[in-house]
Design a protein around this ligand. Structure first.
Ligand code: ADP
Length: 329
């Protein structure tokens, strides 16, 4: 039995990157309620300027998309982070073991704090401590594996470091987790800027495919994807030809093929884009249909979250209580 934990923050509409990099691998994990926990990490949505009503609405939408993607609440624990106090209880203890320098080295902090500063918003302290709360999310459940996309690898490394440090200093308390990355599509790139990841938090850019985009919108975005300059044909080269490589990665992730082998079947970008658009539309179609059904039953989604929070609390409390005793409280 392997304990798995992962989460998505409700900072925007979920993207194809969230689906391929996270949700789809979660569904593939062999699950039992006491071993796989998936969380809408709503506290993490407060680290930058936010609209309360939007965060609340998106939190429910993300939970609904968990279910629509095929996560079965009888087979895994689905819940909202803010419903389980153990996350913040543990986060404070971990803040007492982490250092300021460690936090400032985090790549996401550097990028997001620079953006917040540039917009005149000011950098919230919680943006700096965000990886500690994420470590608490993971360590509170005795998590062994954290299925995430490439962009989260550094944060999971930090959770490992904090677990090892705590155990060495205060006695064996935490399981040391590790990140697990998908074989393909660990990093889906923006269709207009293929050197940046496709992210929900940056707003509705034309290079971002959202899970709930209508088929016509998906097709338009894919057909307008930037391909690379020069006429080297369709080859798979992530360094030299990031735009084409991204399309091939997405196609491979949708169809199960190998991106380099798929490239050999195309002589032009147009046919490749049409196939990618078709594959993405077909991949998302059943998820969108199920989402429409579930969105009509918000009370059922709330119930899933309530039951999930109860289970999560029962799992986390003894671990967090043990940490409190170990550190001297
Ligand atoms: P975002 O970066 O879209 O705000 P989160 O930080 O909430 O998303 O990440 C949720 C999960 O989705 C994480 O496991 C993350 O690695 C994964 N993920 C996000 N964007 C991508 C992407 N473009 N490609 C692959 N995985 C991604």
């Amino acid at each position: 039995m392997t304990r798995i934990f992962s989460g998505i923050k409700p900072t925007g509409h979920l993207t194809l990157g969230n689906y391929l990099g996270a949700l789809r691998q979660w569904v593939a994990a062999d699950q039992r309620p006491d071993e796989a926990l998936f969380c809408v990490v709503d506290l993490h949505a407060l680290t930058v300027e936010h609209d309360p009503a939007r965060v609340r609405r998106l939190s429910r939408q993300v939970a609904t998309l968990f279910l629509a993607s095929g996560l079965d609440p009888d087979k895994c624990t689905l819940f909202m982070q803010s419903h389980v106090d153990e996350h913040t209880r543990l986060s404070y203890l971990l803040e007492c073991t982490a250092t300021d320098g460690e936090m400032r080295r985090m790549i996401q902090y550097k990028e997001k704090s620079a953006r917040a500063q540039a917009s005149g918003e000011g950098v919230r302290l919680s943006l700096l401590t965000y990886p500690v709360l994420m470590a608490a999310d993971i360590l509170a459940y005795g998590t062994e594996e954290v299925p995430v996309g490439e962009d989260q690898r550094q944060h999971v490394e930090l959770a490992r470091d904090l677990a090892v440090r705590f155990n060495q200093r205060y006695g064996q308390t935490f399981t040391v987790p590790k990140a697990t990355l998908p074989d393909v599509a660990a990093r889906v790139m923006d269709l207009q800027e293929p050197t940046s990841k496709m992210g929900k938090s940056g707003g509705p850019g034309p290079g971002v495919v959202f899970m709930l985009d209508e088929p016509g919108v998906i097709r338009k975005k894919v057909m307008r994807a930037v391909t690379d300059s020069g006429d080297g044909g369709v080859v798979y080269d992530r360094e030299a030809r990031p735009g084409v490589a991204n399309l091939l990665d997405v196609l491979a992730a949708c169809t199960g093929g190998d991106p380099a082998a798929l490239a050999e079947g195309y002589s032009g970008y147009g046919a490749l884009k049409r196939d990618v658009a078709d594959a993405v539309v077909e991949l998302l179609r059943p998820v969108q249909e199920r989402h429409a059904e579930l969105a009509a039953e918000p009370a059922a989604v709330e119930k899933v979250l309530r039951v999930g929070a109860g289970r999560a609390r029962d799992l986390a409390r003894p671990i967090v209580d043990r940490a409190y005793r170990a550190i001297g409280l």
